[in-house]
Design a protein around this ligand. Structure first.
Ligand SMILES: [Fe+2]
Ligand SMILES: [Fe+2]
Length: 248
């Protein structure tokens, strides 16, 4: 039914940023031809205007429709303004009715802080968008930088959304099919009720934990369910999770 590419945490501007890795990932994504590519933040290291400009040059090379949300690093140094100017809106929805998908992008950042929060206004907007998508029988994807459920093997928990409980409840109640996040640089999938919560690793920085490696995810959506695949920079594919009966 649909193929989704999910990349995250480019960290352009960091000493650990590897240009060859983002170029390789973009090339792979274009070869696969997904229906949409979703970028869950930390595209820059410091939120500097020039970093956004350079990051945009890589992202502009992606052929598919694109939705980008900011991360905590993008919200540093008034980066939220630069994000809005160079990239696009910090939150918004993308309707892909041809492939039966709606993507709801949330800005979970607070200027110059690492922790995440969706906030009441955006929360209400998300609930309305989920409702509309449900009425239209669309596959509902929510994208935000911060994780909602703690991710294993990431050490001491300190950056889960401060309003995680309320947001989680509304995502479950609103029958969200897939929630995509980044931030921890650790690929993982949780399934709760009928909603899959998938975090992506870093696509192009060497800010890695333990023996993890740079990667991005793809999600294959069919009438039967979803399969989430980890695509490492070594070219190998690994199935992260496969669920049946998750759709709509
Ligand atoms: Fe990051
Ligand atoms: Fe982050």
């Amino acid at each position: 039914m649909a193929l989704i590419a999910h990349i995250s945490d480019l960290h352009l501007g960091s000493l650990t940023f590897q240009e060859d890795l983002i170029k390789k990932a973009v090339n792979e994504i274009n070869m696969m031809g997904p229906d949409v590519t979703i970028v869950t933040g930390d595209i820059t290291e410091n939120g500097y205007y020039m970093e956004f400009e350079k990051a945009a040059r890589y992202l502009d090379e992606i052929d598919s429709p694109l939705l980008v949300v900011p991360g905590n690093h993008d919200a540093r140094h008034v980066g939220d303004e630069c994000f809005g100017e160079v990239i696009k809106n910090r939150f918004g929805a993308l309707d892909l009715k041809d492939c039966g998908i709606k993507v709801i992008g949330l800005d979970s950042t607070e200027p110059d802080l690492d922790y995440g929060k969706v906030g009441r206004a955006q929360h209400n907007w998300m609930v309305m968008e989920l409702l509309k998508a449900q009425e239209e029988n669309l596959f509902k994807i929510i994208a935000l930088h911060h994780h909602i459920i703690p991710v294993p093997r990431t050490g001491r928990e300190r950056n889960v959304l401060s309003d995680a409980g309320d947001i989680l409840q509304s995502m479950i109640d609103g029958n969200a099919n897939l929630v995509l996040s980044g931030h921890k640089h650790m690929p993982h999938v949780w399934m709760m009720e009928k909603t899959a919560f998938a975090t992506a690793g870093t696509v192009s920085s060497l800010k890695l934990r333990g023996r993890t490696f740079t990667s991005f995810n793809t999600i294959n959506v069919t009438e039967e369910g979803i399969e989430i695949v980890l695509r490492g920079a070594d070219g190998k594919k690994r199935c992260l999770a496969k669920y049946e009966n998750t759709c709509r």
